[in-house]
Design a protein around this ligand. Sequence first.
Ligand code: BEZ
Length: 238
Amino acid sequence: METLQEKPATMPRIGDEAPAFTAMTTQGEIHFPHDYSGKWVILFSHPADFTPVCTSEFMTFASMESRFNKANCMLVGLSVDGLYSHIAWLRTIKDKIEFKGMKNVEVKFPLIEDITMKVAQKYGMIQSGESETQAVRAVFFIDPKGIIRTIIYYPLSLGRNFDELYRVLIALQTSDAFSVATPADWNPGDDVIISPAGSCGMAQDRMEGREEGLECKDWFFCTKKLDKAMVLNTILKS
Ligand code: BEZ
């Protein structure tokens, strides 16, 4: 039961402004989210340095970093370890660890030191049912205006799927750029969902095929083609 002294855990939600903080990282001090204004950011936590699942995740994420950067997205990691532990762990990864054909992997994105758990608490990354002392594997997608757009949590034992994180980023950007929604398992090149009919007349028009380029499974569920090259050329501008 919660005592009077215990502060309730804060859990930012989708649509909230990303909570602001200043922190020391392996790439120097950052002012978050201010330093990332105009860019997408994936802020993610991991339980601890020098642990195997986290090591596999960092090697995978670092190997994919340029793909995220091309989609105007920066990566920022966090654990409740200190700066020297972070530095030693990243050096070990680069110098000694080989995983799934990846080796000499240099982690160039910032890794926040958060011994005080100040940032982890703000972002609801400490979930006491899982661990009182280690952050869960949280992933926050934050848009260029500093708004949280997607949150995904994984437990300590489960390594993330980074292709899925990339798919989420591209889907969010596609929704914004083309004012569409993306159906289950969507990937660029697949059909997208248009906003539902807002009137009985529009519903009727759609069912009778009077809106060109749509395929309607029913009045509330219409899709249209969205060319893969158009999606990728819009999103991967650099
Ligand atoms: C890991 O990254 O290997 C790990 C970290 C905390 C608990 C379990 C596994």
